[in-house]
Design a binder for this molecule. Structure first.
Ligand code: PAF
Length: 279
């Protein structure tokens, strides 16, 4: 696996691959890699001839400077974790490479980026959309792999790829969970053991609520109970716990079209998100 820091060096490689008729898969990350990211790398290696994992802690998607500062930076161990996979390039641009002096463009997606995390993290999805569009261009990827833990993000990048004719298939991959059910996230590193244990109630609560809704119970009542359950277990505040239509994330009150539960809740100063489809 080559470590590449400049987009011109990356382009020299991707041009060669393209001339040879090889397909390219990309796994965009901000580092602090866990098994969720590694499952994306594995999926990319299975699907594409060449695989690029990108590592860039994107300042434009942090609406809270403290969050950006605290974001774990673990480049060496990230590279070691990728070693067993058939990854060709770990691309690690710095801020100046990604956003050179004079950079002035923002990509803003309406609809799917409104509500949920879009409501509580203003500007977050503009930052994601902008950097992902750049990464898809820089890597010339045919396929880009994203975890469904960030389901809203997947919908946002799908729109970007389609609306900007980026000619890249967005491939969603299932959320990877700890045995306790807690969705893997780089933020879990900021929880101590007791908090991590406590956090497993998020998935248990979502699962129970999804079952109750699937069984025909009244949605708002189920969601109220789920909110109370989280607060009773010492989590909170809750940014949102809502049911949305999968296709376009519109708020819905029934499951006549495939729907999903979405939650963002704080625990010990760490904001955790998860989501679950309703059968
Ligand atoms: O999911 C992430 O880690 C980031 O939002 C992404 C897609 C790498 C863009 O910075």
């Amino acid at each position: 696996m080559k470590i590449v820091r400049r987009k011109s060096d990356l382009r020299a490689l991707t041009r060669g691959w393209r001339l040879a008729g090889e397909s390219i898969g990309v796994v965009p990350t901000m580092g602090a890699l866990h098994d969720g990211h590694l499952s994306l790398a594995a999926a990319a290696c299975k699907r594409a001839d060449r695989v690029i994992v990108t590592l860039f802690v994107n300042p434009k998607q942090f609406n809270n400077p403290e969050d950006l500062e605290k974001y774990p930076r673990t480049e060496d161990s990230d590279a070691r974790k990728l070693a067993p996979y058939d990854v060709d390039v770990l691309y690690i641009p710095d801020g100046a490479e990604m956003y050179p002096d004079g950079f002035a463009t923002t990509i803003s997606v309406s609809g799917v980026s409104e509500g949920l995390c879009g409501a509580t993290r203003p500007g977050h999805f503009d930052g994601v959309a902008t950097v992902v569009a750049k990464l898809l261009r820089q890597t010339e990827a045919d396929f880009a792999f994203f975890g469904e833990k960030d389901y809203q993000q997947v919908q946002v990048v799908r729109r970007v790829a389609e609306d900007l004719d980026l000619d890249c298939e967005i491939v969603p991959c299932p959320t990877v969970r700890e045995e306790s059910g807690l969705a893997l996230s780089s933020r879990n590193l900021r929880l101590d053991d007791a908090a991590r244990q406590k956090a497993s109630i998020i998935y248990a609560t979502l699962s129970a609520a999804a079952r109750a809704i699937a069984a025909g119970q009244e949605v708002e009542r189920v969601l109220d109970q789920a909110r109370a359950e989280l607060l009773d277990h010492g989590l909170g505040p809750i940014d949102y716990l809502e049911m949305r239509r999968e296709r376009d994330l519109a708020p819905v009150q029934d499951t006549s079209a495939p729907a999903r539960l979405f939650v963002a809740v704080w625990l010990d100063g760490v904001r955790l998100i998860d989501n679950l489809g309703i059968d």
